[in-house]
Design a protein around this ligand. Structure first.
Ligand SMILES: Cc1cc2nc3c(=O)[nH]c(=O)nc-3n(C[C@H](O)[C@H](O)[C@H](O)COP(=O)(O)O)c2cc1C
Length: 168
């Protein structure tokens, strides 16, 4: 039997500032035979168009970017501190060069076709609703924001419905 139980988004008690900004997340998608994950610490959760949503921001040079572009679903997974090194690996190495599942030893499981991890404490199954590149013309606080984009590699923002919450 699965160790996970399904919660509604409003039953998540962990603080999202800690969960995303400090614990970090793995953004995971499957494209054909390839499943890949990358670490993300920018983003958020909230309500949009009356739905519970996750906001993720992915730079176009990430291998994960191409996977997210071609798939409707992906997951966001959160882990205990024990997995910090695995998340560091996934945040510094590319799926173009490494099989990160093999390298980290994490165990993929699936909700339908959507990959997430057995070792996660919490996984959000996400369905893309809207995506758009950030752009220079829209920056208001240029002092803070512009210095993040020396290479003009503006993040693409994905607003995704949280269709399922799986928690231990
Ligand atoms: C703590 C941490 C947080 C990160 N957050 C993001 C993020 O929110 N968006 C992003 O595009 N890259 C982020 N990265 C960088 C990617 O995780 C990194 O470039 C990764 O190697 C991409 O893997 P991929 O090429 O397999 O997609 C982060 C890296 C770390 C270490």
């Amino acid at each position: 039997m699965s160790e996970f139980r399904e919660l509604s988004p409003s039953e998540i008690t962990e603080n999202p500032f800690n969960l995303i900004g400090k614990d970090w997340a793995l953004v995971t998608a499957k494209n054909g035979d390839k499943t890949n994950m990358m670490t993300a610490s920018w983003g958020g959760v909230g309500i949009m168009w009356n739905k519970p949503v996750a906001f993720t921001f992915i730079r176009p040079q990430r291998f994960t970017f191409g996977m997210l572009e071609s798939e409707e679903y992906f997951s966001l997974s959160f882990f205990d501190e024990d997995f910090r090194e695995a998340l560091r690996f996934c945040g510094t190495k590319s799926g173009r060069d490494f099989d990160k599942i093999k390298e980290t030893g994490l165990t993929v499981c699936y909700d339908g076709e959507v990959p997430y991890f057995k070792e996660a404490k919490l996984s959000l199954i996400c369905r893309k609703m809207y995506s758009q590149f950030l752009n220079k013309e829209s920056i208001v606080d240029t002092d803070t924001v512009l210095k993040q984009y020396g290479d003009d590699d503006y993040h693409k923002m994905y607003i995704s419905e949280i269709v399922k919450v799986l928690a231990k």
